[in-house]
Design a protein around this ligand. Structure first.
Ligand SMILES: Cc1cc2nc3c(=O)[nH]c(=O)nc-3n(C[C@H](O)[C@H](O)[C@H](O)COP(=O)(O)OP(=O)(O)OC[C@H]3O[C@@H](n4cnc5c(N)ncnc54)[C@H](O)[C@@H]3O)c2cc1C
Length: 450
């Protein structure tokens, strides 16, 4: 039996990063935890068709790595042993941003480079070590089972691939980690739960291919060439992953990429010539393709404000992309998912300390705590995205001033170690955004000079 028992059974929908992290937390509080996954048991370290974004670059920020390490002690060491590369985040990252190259220096942030399937595989292996965990593959969660009298969700209807019959799975707590396409929001809408939703249209497209680079000396492990918004719309990156391979990714806003012509490798190479710097184009010349070209479209970011809903049924929670889908260019989704799982853990621990069971306060508490994780990340991203005139949605207060100030930070980051260091700590979710407004950083950012 678990040390802090809150119930007999918990269900997690989806075995992506968010679902696996949530399951790890729940295993500490429930006799039995079941993950329902619509896909088959995943191939070893290969992308899965149910998670098509897995073919593209997936950066794990330091804040996310620390959250994962808290959830799965030893995971970082295990990944390094298995082939992920540990780099100094300010020295081995070569980054062209807002028209300038960032200053390179040996800082105190070390991060891991690997592919998304590699990371997911490591997380899954560690979750599977829980004796009370069971993963039901080939099973699709369809909709919740509601106990109307109690206003509580007590289970889900599900369907196994091999049969057309619907099965009822009951649980004391259900977490939906089924990604941005979660079908469960619709159920909430149809059942008159009024949940505010914020959408920002970005029309982003990713194009990626894995390569083996030609031999040669390089002074970087990750190369980023970001567009200078609003003039440039295409950015790109080259990132080392396990197996001495590199993922090349191009991303374009305002539907600038995504044309079927990109599928022809020649055009992929030609498109890299449109980047603000030719560094990536030069790396591609002579590199050997190891995979097909993959395309992924992200038409909008969306945030479901469950923390603002007046009434909600008890014992059902969203996590990860199902709760908030970000613009992935900033590489925050997986890190936020892991941090949300820690928020869930804090709330469950409190339930146990206060009542030794699940109270009606849990739902609101979890959403409030998760929204504190999401808020600063969402704001940082939309400040950047709204530099493009085609981006549509609710703009934050003081947008013009914030865009002016952050652009100065980016420019100063090419010359000033302290400013860049403060920025990468915020970007890696290690420090709060207000760090960038501390008197010493304000002084350096606002000072006149080139
Ligand atoms: C192109 C692209 C690039 C990205 N780059 C980065 C990056 O660099 N860094 C970063 O941190 N994040 C990145 N992200 C975001 C990241 O992929 C997600 O935020 C993160 O993986 C969390 O996703 P998730 O677990 O919530 O959902 P997913 O990873 O989408 O997993 C959902 C799971 O639920 C299952 N499922 C769905 N519906 C059902 C159902 N009804 N029943 C049962 N199972 C179901 C699916 O099969 C899947 O396994 C990127 C995203 C995209 C699109």
């Amino acid at each position: 039996m678990t040390e802090r028992r809150l119930g007999a059974h918990a269900i997690v929908i989806g075995s992506g990063i968010a679902g696996l992290c949530a399951a790890q937390v729940l295993c500490g509080y429930f006799d039995k935890v079941t993950i329902i996954e619509r896909g088959t048991e995943p191939p070893d370290k290969q992308p899965r068709k149910e998670v098509p974004q897995g073919y593209h670059l997936h950066a794990l920020l330091k804040g996310g790595e620390q959250a994962l390490e808290q959830l799965f002690p030893g995971i970082v060491e295990a990944m390094v042993k298995d082939g992920s590369t540990r780099i100094n985040g300010s020295q081995h990252l070569k980054w062209f941003h807002h028209g300038v190259w960032k200053k390179r220096f040996e800082g105190d942030i070390f991060v891991q480079l690997q592919s998304r399937p590699f990371l997911e595989k490591h997380i899954r292996c560690l979750v599977e070590q829980n004796d009370n965990l069971n993963i039901r593959y080939n099973t699709v969660a369809i909709d919740p089972i509601l106990d109307e009298k109690q206003n509580t969700i007590i289970g889900v209807h599900a369907q196994e691939a091999a049969s057309s019959e619907t099965i009822n799975l009951y649980a004391d707590l259900i977490i939906d980690g089924s990604g941005y396409g979660s079908r469960f929001h619709q159920w909430f809408g149809m059942n008159k739960y009024d949940v505010p939703e914020e959408k920002v249209k970005i029309d982003l497209c990713y194009v990626s291919q894995t390569y083996q680079l030609n031999d040669g000396e390089r002074d970087w492990e990750t190369l980023l060439v970001y567009p200078s918004a609003p003039i440039d719309k295409i950015g790109g990156s080259v990132c080392r992953i396990e197996g001495d391979r590199h993922i090349f990714t191009l991303f374009g806003y305002d539907s600038e990429l995504g044309d079927s012509r990109i599928k022809e490798a020649r055009n992929f190479i030609e498109l890299t010539r449109k980047l603000p710097q030719l560094t990536i184009y030069k790396e591609l010349e002579g590199a050997k393709p190891l995979s097909e070209i993959k395309i992924h479209k992200v038409p909008y970011m969306v945030r479901h404000h469950y923390e603002k809903a007046r009434s909600l049924p008890q014992r059902f929670l969203f996590i990860g992309d199902a709760l908030c889908r970000f613009d992935p260019v900033f590489g925050q989704g997986m890190s936020v998912a892991a941090m949300e799982a820690l928020a869930l853990n804090d709330c469950l621990k409190r339930e146990w300390l206060e009542t030794k069971g699940i109270s009606n306060r849990l739902t609101k508490r979890v959403y409030r705590k998760m929204s504190k994780v999401i808020d600063p990340v969402w704001k940082m991203i939309i400040i950047e995205d709204f530099r493009y005139p085609h981006v549509a949605g609710k703009k934050p207060l003081g947008l013009t001033l914030l865009q002016w100030y952050t652009r100065r930070i980016y420019h100063r980051s090419s010359q000033d170690t302290d400013v860049y260091n403060a920025f990468i700590h915020v970007m890696n979710l290690l420090c709060p955004v207000h760090t960038l407004f501390s008197p010493s950083i304000l002084y350096k950012v606002l000072r006149r000079g080139r």
